[in-house]
Design a protein around this ligand. Structure first.
Ligand code: F6P
Length: 359
């Protein structure tokens, strides 16, 4: 047997750990060959591969990024090419089938978030490719799995950063607005806010008003606490308002680029309260570096299970965490987006400890 693997979408810590455990399981347990496609779906469309063996995946458990490269463009159904000097968007999914067949593959493991896995589902259904999915994204916004890998690492990075920001905020009696990733969901802001003891958390699922944000800052001041930490997800928006956009992207498959909400909120706080307010945008720091111990274990288990699923011919499914087990669920379920519910127990716990969501 021969199995392909690719990593798609934005990267996150743990992708290499999945590749490593899948290759080791395929080689040691089943004596199968494995190849990797380079740069996500682009490598599959252009048939760019590299061999993967137990030897060349050694040391990958703790290495961030992905040795295969990745891309959050290059959907084979909406592929952008310049033909005859003109940029066109067209369906090249047949090239995927050609690459799959010409490499004599029996299955393809696709590691990705909701966009990558939605395309994987389409390729499975429409092109009959034997696909197994593995859920990744620091955003933790995929349904069907308790946690996506990369999320725990990102929460750890943000928590560590806020711990440091808190001490300088306290020294200077400042409000500090920290912007974290999370286009459509506030999981990172919520979990790291709870872990770091942030005073205000603004997330896309709970629209805020600046009056409520300032009310919390004044409330703290009244108790002699002259500094405040405001953790804001990049996709947070005010009541009746819109998200803050950095710029449009010249690619219809990618949408807009978010960013800048921290500055908007900070300016408003300073104008309304007179309190000196600074911003920190954590950005891609949240996606870099080595995975946490939790993510290393999760990635190892997901990679192993993906290969066992190939053996059991459980195609069109995704390996996922249903604590304490790793299970296989249909890709249809997996490709759905999961948002924070305002009634979530974690939100209730945060409110109980005095955290404001600006609502
Ligand atoms: O990985 C998901 C995500 O972290 C989003 O929260 C964020 O908006 C996006 O990636 C940014 O990715 P990039 O800068 O790679 O386009």
């Amino acid at each position: 047997m021969k199995v392909g693997i690719l990593t798609g979408g934005g990267d996150c810590p743990g992708l290499n750990a999945v590749i490593r455990s899948a290759v080791k399981t395929a080689e040691e347990r089943y004596h199968w060959d494995m190849i990797g496609f380079l740069n996500g779906y682009k490598g599959l469309i252009e048939n760019k591969t590299r061999p993967l063996t137990g030897d060349n995946v050694g040391g990958l458990l703790l290495r961030g990024g992905t040795i295969l490269g990745t891309s959050n463009r290059d959907n084979p159904y909406k592929y952008i090419e310049t033909i005859g000097g003109k940029k066109i968007t067209h369906d090249v999914s047949d090239r995927v089938v050609t690459a799959y067949k010409s490499n004599d593959l029996d299955a393809l493991i696709i590691v990705g978030g909701d966009g990558t896995l939605s395309t994987a589902l389409q390729l499975y259904k429409e092109k009959g490719i034997n696909i197994i999915g593995v859920p990744k994204t620091i955003d933790n916004d995929l349904s069907a799995t308790d946690y996506t890998f990369g999320f725990d690492t990102a929460v750890g990075i943000v928590t560590d950063a806020v711990d440091r920001i808190q001490t300088t905020a306290e020294s200077h009696d400042r409000a500090m607005v920290v912007e974290v990733m999370g286009r459509d969901t506030g999981w990172i802001a919520l979990y790291s806010g709870l872990a770091s003891g942030a005073h205000i958390i603004l997330i896309p699922e709970i629209p805020y008003t600046i009056e409520k944000v300032c009310q919390k800052i004044y409330e703290r001041k009244g108790k002699g606490k002259h500094f405040s930490i405001i953790l804001v997800a990049e996709g947070a928006k005010p009541e009746g308002g819109n998200v803050t956009i950095k710029r449009m992207v010249d690619d219809p498959t990618m949408g807009v680029r978010y960013g800048g909400i921290a500055n908007v909120v900070a300016d408003q706080i300073e104008a309304a309260t007179g309190i000196e307010t600074r911003t920190v945008v954590l950005g891609h720091v949240q996606r870099g570096g080595k995975p946490s111990a939790f993510d290393r274990i999760l990635c190892t288990r997901l990679g192993v299970e993906a290969v066992h699923m190939v053996h059991r011919k459980e195609f069109g499914k995704m390996a996922c965490l249903r604590t304490p087990d790793i299970k296989a669920v249909p890709l249809e379920e997996a490709a759905k987006n999961r948002k924070v519910s305002p009634a979530d127990q974690v939100i209730i716990a945060a409110r109980s400890t005095g955290i404001s969501f600006g609502d």
